[in-house]
Design a binder for this molecule. Structure first.
Ligand code: SF4
Length: 201
């Protein structure tokens, strides 16, 4: 079963690498598809690859990925057991000097890319998904979802069978003003991840 799923995931990854369903493929280095065990019970969904992810071709390997690792550690979740992906598979950015600055995907880009997320969720069939940030929440729940009102609870999705836990994107921890605020934000992210972990325990 897992071998078949892994093979199908590889096929999907190859198909997505040729995707031109929106304009984001033009400037990005490559698609960044989901990674993790094909029998994962917990799926993490972020917004889109960042600068490092785009260059390396793997999800959550940049600064936000390191924050995510810390939060998973606090929540006592082994990252190697989790399938991690993004709502949008190509990096969207604008140039500022020589730096590539992240740009939030539009709803149209989100919808165009949902076919890949749907395929991943269908194949992995997780017990629970975690939406890391508002863009992922929008894609998983099919509607704009304010994080503040929704975070840390099990929500039903009209699009997917698995319940969704909404929380912040790990990059928001990095944007806090000082170390105390970053520590608190990290603890809150870990608390939301624990809600998801409890579903698969
Ligand atoms: S962002 Fe998604 S829909 Fe757009 S080109 Fe890339 S893979 Fe295709």
């Amino acid at each position: 079963m897992s071998v078949r799923v892994e093979q199908t995931l590889d096929q999907l990854r190859e198909e997505a690498a040729r995707c031109t369903a929106c304009e984001l493929w033009r400037c990005a280095t490559q698609t960044v598809f989901g990674e993790g065990p094909p029998d994962a019970h917990l799926m993490l969904v972020g917004e889109q690859p960042g600068d490092q992810e785009d260059k390396q071709g793997h999800p959550f390997v940049g600064p936000a990925g390191r924050v995510l690792d810390q939060a998973l550690g606090l929540a006592e979740i082994d990252r190697s057991t989790v399938f991690a992906t993004n709502a949008v598979k190509h990096f969207k950015y604008r140039m500022r000097g020589k730096r590539r600055i992240h740009q939030r995907p539009t709803v149209g880009e989100l919808k165009a890319c949902r076919r890949w997320l749907e395929a991943e969720v269908e194949l992995i069939s997780p017990d629970v998904t975690v939406a890391l940030g508002a863009t992922a929440a929008h894609s998983l729940l099919g509607r704009a979802t304010p994080i503040g009102e929704s975070r840390g609870r099990l929500l039903e999705s009209p699009l997917f069978a698995a319940p969704v836990v909404v929380t912040v994107h790990p990059s928001s921890v990095l944007r806090q003003r000082d170390s105390e605020e970053r520590r608190r934000a990290l603890q809150e992210l870990a608390a939301d991840l624990r809600v998801a972990a409890a579903v698969v325990a």
